[in-house]
Design a protein around this ligand. Structure first.
Ligand code: C2O
Ligand code: CU
Length: 474
């Protein structure tokens, strides 16, 4: 079902035609020039362009949808580096809008973080910028713009950055699954009238009506019975909390937001991913030769997102063993001496807020919406403040107590650092999904100097005021 103009304010339903079986997603890989491994390419940048392109987002389509993509496609090229290597991308903006690239989840040199207006000037149309940084942590990361992100990502600007372990684990296949929901109009074009909609900002954000896996409406992966597969899930939706269900399989979680965890079985076979979150799974392909197993998306209704299609080869012997990834060795927070910071999240539809300030002026919610299109606040302030939320000494542990006083879930993302909660098994994350009315405290060692954003990764919420920053002294 496609959305018609007049019901853009309603939550649209995701739709998928029934899977017909033939298509295998052609998801091109760019192999990174890894220094050492391919010395001939070392010391030279990889070229990457943001530019308009076309993508077949509808199963019916002869009519391709006009998108914006890295190198004109969606997702952009997969960038691969080895842990500890330098990544060097010469980025050129071929759009008619300024843009940047943010390397989500990488504990990066601040000058390379790609936040327009905070860590760099936006790259103007026709101009280039060299991103050059080392990647300290192995794992599944991704890249996307950090300027008008709500529009640029919705048009297709995102790609995956994989940092390989020094000793990459032994699996039969390494499969990337980037899930995105698109808001298309009846003509199959990206629904532009809803960009910047206050209704979306104040509610759940821009929810799509079409789901793609790796830019393909018919996600299909060829597997062999008995194989061990590493699946790297990425949620590139503007705002949707994805619930991907692995029917008849027993995936184990290996890593979250790039950082390894002690492996555990996925509960109810469902992987929940807030916007921007990643999850690495290990799956033993226990189906029979010739079988087909669905990955369904069940956040709204149940629809088939992709399929594992088993070849006819004889099964490999199933090994039920697991696989533990080596930790990246993040600095352990010193809870006792932590600098304490409160972050109260307020606003949105049905939120109760009297006064909110923005750029030094105080407004009623109604005025703030009318004059600035803002609807959310952190500690009573809407939008990026001039002063940081806090300043930390380098090496200091920071405890951020986040209190969600809104009626909505939020995906809270910290730049430049991974954090974790206090309980013993708490995973390291760069993006934390918080439910309505929840209170959660996270801890991290502020060991990366610079100016770092902290925002909701539901991009309409970010644009609607849920954005701030902190500073780590040099
Ligand atoms: Cu994935 Cu501030 O971004
Ligand atoms: Cu939010």
């Amino acid at each position: 079902m496609l959305l018609s103009k007049k019901d853009t304010m309603q939550i649209p339903y995701l739709t998928r035609r029934r899977f017909l079986g033939a298509t295998v997603s052609a998801f091109a890989l760019t192999i990174w020039p890894v220094s050492g491994a391919s010395a001939a390419l070392a010391g030279r940048p990889v070229m990457l362009e943001a530019r308009p392109g076309k993508a077949n987002l509808l199963e019916t389509s002869d009519a391709a949808t006009a998108i914006w993509g890295y190198d004109g496609r969606v997702p952009g090229p997969v960038l691969r580096a080895r842990q500890g290597d330098e990544v060097w991308v010469r980025f050129t903006n071929r759009l008619d809008q300024p843009t940047t690239i943010h390397w989500h989840g990488i504990r990066i040199d601040n000058a390379m973080d790609g936040v327009a207006g905070l860590t760099q000037e936006a790259v103007q149309p026709g101009e280039s910028f060299d991103y050059r940084f080392t990647v300290p942590d192995a794992g599944t990361y991704w890249y996307h713009p950090h300027n008008k992100t709500w529009e640029q990502m919705a048009r297709g600007l995102y790609g995956v950055l994989i940092v390989e372990e020094k000793d990459a684990p032994d699996v039969d296949q390494d499969i990337i699954v980037v899930a995105d929901d698109w808001r298309l109009g009846e003509n199959g074009a990206i629904h532009e009238a809803s960009f910047g909609s206050i209704g979306e900002r104040a509610h759940a954000g821009r929810l799509g009506n079409i789901l793609t896996i790796n830019g393909d409406p018919l996600g299909a992966f060829k597997v062999r019975a008995g194989e061990r597969v590493r699946l790297r899930l990425v949620n590139s939706c503007n705002a949707r909390i994805l619930k991907l269900r692995f029917e008849d399989l027993e995936p184990q979680v290996l890593a979250l937001d790039g950082q390894p965890v002690t492996p555990y079985a996925l509960k109810n076979e469902i992987a929940t991913l807030g916007p921007a979150q990643r999850m690495d799974l290990l799956i033993h392909m226990t189906g029979h030769p010739g079988a087909s197993q669905a990955i369904t998306e069940v956040s709204q209704s149940r629809l088939v997102a992709a399929r594992f299609n088993y070849g006819s080869q004889a099964p490999l012997p199933v090994t039920k063993d697991t696989l533990k990834l080596a930790a990246n060795g993040l600095a352990v927070p010193d809870m006792a001496s932590a600098k304490k910071v409160d972050l109260v999240m307020a606003g949105g539809a049905m939120g109760q807020v009297d006064r909110i300030s923005h750029r030094g002026k105080t407004y009623s919610m109604r005025e703030l919406v009318r004059e600035h299109g803002l609807v959310w606040a952190f500690n009573g302030v809407a939008g990026m403040p001039e002063k940081p939320l806090f300043t930390a000494k380098r090496g200091e542990t920071v405890a951020v107590r986040m209190v969600n006083e809104t009626r909505w879930p939020h995906a809270m993302h910290f730049h430049g650092h991974h954090f974790r909660e206090a309980h013993a098994d708490a995973p390291w994350r760069d993006t934390l999904l918080m439910e309505a009315a929840e209170e959660r405290s996270v801890y991290f060692v502020a060991d990366n100097p610079g100016k770092w954003m902290l925002h909701c990764h539901m991009l309409e919420h970010q644009a609607g005021g849920m954005a701030t920053w902190f500073e780590v002294e040099a």
